[in-house]
Design a binder for this molecule. Structure first.
Ligand code: OOG
Ligand code: MG
Length: 264
């Protein structure tokens, strides 16, 4: 049953997306029923949704960027990057199985992950000043699980849905960002041992620290700074792959080590 446009509010949209997540039920895009949902309002929905999770005990642990690579933008048909929130309940420990039945239609993508050791506030953040706030860099895998049927959405829809967030794993090898050329850092993505895709860090806005700068500057427009200790997922380097029970998805990086998720 669709909700008439006149009854839509930020809170109503957040509640519907939270319910879809809790009941593992995909749905049609909110903009089908609420075409007036613009980007600014969509970020308010995202904030309301996270506020609800925080009110129920979740802790914000960082930020994720979405649609920062051409591979992701092409697949989703959206050419503009976005930001969303990471909470502690999204953390999957390395080696822990991913319970597929807890999710709707999970997909996995390799990402370069920063952990900040300084506060980073826009505007005016550059790749260099962003890197200066980075304490360490890791490889990672993000599990995305859009609440929209077949991952079909517009930019406001996916922003409202906290950028399809579900789970993420951070690799165990801690590296110093200053010692690596992250644009040249390469990653091979494999499913059950077969390499299905590859990319370098340059796929992410030319350099993952450009993505970090983008996040700092975009969040500054909403009066938010990135805090010391926060984790930043800089965005999928390749297209995401579906994960099913019994599947093993792994990302092997040239210097950042490797990370894997087994579907259960
Ligand atoms: C949106 C989430 C995008 C990324 O890294 O690009 C994202 C989606 O693809 O469903 O997390
Ligand atoms: Mg991602």
């Amino acid at each position: 049953m669709s909700t008439p446009a006149s009854t839509w509010t930020v809170e109503a949209a957040a509640k519907i997306l939270l319910e879809a997540e809790a009941t593992r039920t995909d749905r049609h895009p909110i903009t089908d029923d609420w075409p007036a949902l613009d980007l600014q309002t969509a970020y308010q929905v995202q904030a309301a949704l996270i506020a609800d999770k925080v009110a129920h005990g979740a802790k914000i642990v960082g930020v994720k960027l979405g649609l920062t690579s051409a591979a992701k933008q092409r697949r989703m048909g959206i050419s503009s990057p976005l930001t969303a929130w990471l909470t502690d309940d999204m953390v999957l420990e390395p080696g822990a199985p991913l319970k597929i039945n807890d999710l709707i239609h999970p997909r996995v993508e390799p990402e370069i992950v920063f952990v900040l050791d300084k506060r980073l506030a826009g505007p005016g953040v550059t790749r260099e000043s962003a890197l200066a706030a980075v304490g360490s860099v890791y490889c990672g895998l993000e599990v995305i699980d859009s609440r929209y049927t077949d991952f079909k959405f517009t930019l406001p829809d996916v922003v409202a849905d906290n950028a399809s967030s579900a789970k993420f794993v951070v690799g165990e090898l801690k590296c110093d960002a200053g010692e690596l050329d992250l644009a040249l850092e390469a990653c091979a993505l494999s499913v059950n041992g077969n390499v299905v895709d590859s990319a370098t860090g340059a796929a992410v806005q030319g350099h993952p620290a450009e993505a970090l700068a983008l996040a700092a500057n975009a969040l500054a427009e909403r009066g938010i700074a990135l805090e010391s200790g926060w984790i930043v997922l800089t965005g999928g380097m390749t297209d995401a792959v579906f994960i099913e029970p019994g599947n093993q998805i792994a990302a092997e990086f040239t210097h950042l080590g490797s990370v894997a998720i087994a579907g259960a």
